[in-house]
Write a protein that binds this ligand. Structure first.
Ligand code: HEM
Length: 310
């Protein structure tokens, strides 16, 4: 499962891509709304609690960017960077889905997990703007187990641990994990197309360059909300192209790609991008090897690559 303790100070994060991604998020909420945002009626209180937590967190942790005013039951939140204002609570409740307000403020996609009658967690609400091969429209209401049906070895090796993990999560013990995919893009694709991949991660590009191979890392967070007892699941997506990866990470990727059994490789699309990625890694290794004849040059190369790390 590879989960670790989450430092609550870093539950939600902001980075230099905030504005660019904010534009894509707003576009998605306007054009693909029902595909990226779904909230079942029973999730309303949980979504409101999630929004309150998000606003509380952002206005404290990033007070240079967000401000909040409370007026009786009504809360107004200002985004100083985008100039947007959102009001919720009191009479304003219901004007915009609380989860929508939350993901218009964050860089994270957010989902609410609730327990069904059989004690299984299911996707009760979700604003997943940057999904990998699925949409909320088709999977809202699905249990965790059903959501992971396509994942190799899920039922044999992971399902039980994940359901125990979710049941044991307490408000005091938030957790996080990372996941990554390799995406193949076409040279002409823009940020919208790269981030929004509801069907396939690999676009038709028979000879992708290292700039067209995108390492798509997801930082996933798990928090139990104290009032409603539901779970808020956050996913922040980071993009790095293959040629931007520092050598050590490239080596790690190459090792992992080679270690996957056939069915895992197939699920991850290795046949489409694997050979290209390994070839690039080998070339880079050789370049660094040659340069290592000259220690100073080698050091410079490494430093240059380190700087490209995001
Ligand atoms: C500790 C908890 C979790 C673990 C260990 C886990 C693990 C995984 C793994 C290994 C994959 C395959 C992707 C890959 O190989 O990189 C995956 C895919 C996926 N996960 Fe999770 N996951 C967890 C929680 C969740 C939650 C809470 C959701 C709710 C939205 C979710 C939704 C999905 C979906 C939709 C996919 C794509 C499945 C597909 O290919 O159609 N996961 N997860």
């Amino acid at each position: 499962m590879d989960v670790r303790k989450l430092d609550v100070e870093n539950w939600l994060t902001l980075d230099k891509n905030y504005m660019d991604e904010h534009v894509v998020r707003s576009q998605l909420l306007a054009q693909e709304r029902h595909k990226v945002l779904q909230c079942l009626p029973e999730s309303y209180e949980a979504c409101l609690e999630a929004l309150e937590e998000v606003v509380e967190f952002l206005t404290q942790r990033f007070s240079n960017m967000f401000d909040m005013k409370k007026h009786g039951e009504e809360t107004t939140v200002y985004n100083k960077v985008t100039g947007e204002t959102f009001v919720f609570g009191g009479k304003r409740t219901g004007q915009m889905d609380p989860l929508e307000i939350a993901v218009r403020l964050t860089m994270e996609d957010l989902s609410i997990l609730m327990k069904n009658e059989d004690g299984e967690y299911y996707l009760a609400a979700s604003a997943s703007l940057f999904p990998v091969g699925w949409t909320v429209a088709e999977r809202i209401g699905w249990t965790i187990s059903r959501l992971h049906n396509p994942v190799p070895l899920w039922h044999q090796q992971v399902a039980n641990s994940v359901s125990k993990f979710l049941c044991r999560l307490t408000p005091e013990s938030p957790m996080e994990r990372s996941n990554y995919f390799v995406e193949v893009k076409r040279p002409d694709e823009d940020l919208f197309d790269i981030l929004y991949r509801p069907t396939t991660l690999s676009e038709d590009n028979p000879d992708p360059s290292p700039q067209d191979l995108v390492i798509r890392r997801e930082r996933q967070t798990f928090r139990r909300l104290p009032r409603t007892g539901t779970i808020v699941f956050g996913v922040k997506t980071f993009l790095t192209t293959l040629d931007e990866l520092p050598m050590q990470e490239l080596e790690n990727l190459a090792r992992e790609v080679k270690s996957w059994p056939e069915h895992v490789g197939e699920y991850k699309g290795r046949e489409i991008w694997g050979a290209k990625a390994l070839e690039f890694c080998e070339k880079r290794r050789q370049q660094l090897g040659k340069a290592s004849g000259n220690e100073e040059e080698c050091q410079k190369q490494e430093e240059k690559l380190e700087k490209l790390d995001v």
